[in-house]
Ligand binder design. Structure first.
Ligand code: ZN
Length: 297
């Protein structure tokens, strides 16, 4: 119980700063196992999953979804993570096998694995058109890129820390992060205090390793600011794919291709990229999809 994954939301005593922090060690390890991610792929995905969960906590309605999509020129190519308000997240990187030498400071080279590119944030409020916002990557290290996104797209001064620390046996030792934001009414004195606190922060994983908590992390970020915890929730890796939803994916192939599958006497297979589950469809299943498509036409 003691080392479960969870997120907290907090505010400074003067209500000029709001903050989110979480520990995601177990869910990042689960993602690593599902996708067989290399250490640098695990770090890149783990940072993105952690950020998506905190941004998911900023959503307003239960059915809302937030997606972070990173498209880079580096060997990792692409990262996708989707979270909801319930503390559920799923995601993957396009090439989980990428191995790069560590940086000079010994950290995994996430920026090198992603390279130059674009960060897209998609907020799906269940309306016809989702809200989409895009910025160029700053460093590819993800925290800096999201900080830039918040400044550019949401005009909110934000500081973000994200971290994934690996064990020697390439399992996840600890993972997590924080997001701290200035409210529009923030005074110079508050800003100066926050800057001082952030300067004194070594790294997210330095604090979280050895069983430390999101509360310990925010105690440093909001030091001397009379922090109040507003809420706590469990977070986990979860995918709601199903054989039923796979039918819809197959239907998008269109009649011609489905008929070809049928003529070849083969069934079809749909793999969920998020959780690795595999759904098999028989020729009878495909016949049924074709019948449904004809009805609609
Ligand atoms: Zn799935």
């Amino acid at each position: 119980m003691e080392d479960k994954d969870y997120m907290i939301r907090a505010i400074s005593g003067n209500e000029e700063v709001r903050a989110f922090a979480l520990r995601t060690t177990k869910l990042v390890e689960k993602a690593r196992q599902i996708h067989d991610d290399s250490p640098v792929a695990t770090a890149a995905l783990g940072r993105t999953l952690s950020a998506a969960l905190m941004m998911g906590d900023m959503l307003k309605n239960k059915q809302d979804l937030i997606t972070i999509h990173i498209q880079g020129e580096g060997p990792l190519k692409q990262i996708l993570a989707t979270a909801n308000m319930d503390g559920e997240v799923k995601g993957y990187v396009a090439d989980p096998s990428v191995i790069l030498p560590p940086k000079e400071n010994g950290h995994l080279d996430v920026g090198g694995a992603i390279g130059k590119g674009v960060l897209t944030v998609i907020k799906d409020y269940g309306l016809k058109d989702p809200y989409v916002s895009q910025v160029d990557l700053v460093t590819g290290e993800i925290a800096e890129d999201l900080t830039y996104y918040f400044a550019q797209s949401e005009q909110t001064p934000t500081a973000i820390g994200l971290g994934v620390l690996m064990n020697k046996d390439v399992t996840v030792r600890c993972a997590g992060g924080f997001i701290v934001q200035l409210m529009p009414n923030a005074h110079e004195k508050t800003i100066a205090q926050l800057e001082k606190n952030l300067k004194g922060l070594s790294s997210v994983t330095d604090i979280l390793k050895d069983g430390h908590t999101p509360e310990d992390l925010l105690a440093v970020v909001l030091r001397d600011m009379d922090m109040k915890i507003l809420g706590q929730k469990d977070v986990r890796f979860a995918c709601h794919c199903s054989k039923e939803k796979g039918y819809r994916a197959l239907a998008t192939l269109g009649k011609k291709e489905l008929q070809e599958l049928l003529d070849e006497g083969k069934g079809a297979e749909v793999n969920c990229e998020f959780c690795g589950k595999n759904y098999c469809y028989s020729t009878d299943d495909i016949k049924n999809i074709l019948i449904e498509l004809s009805k609609k036409a």
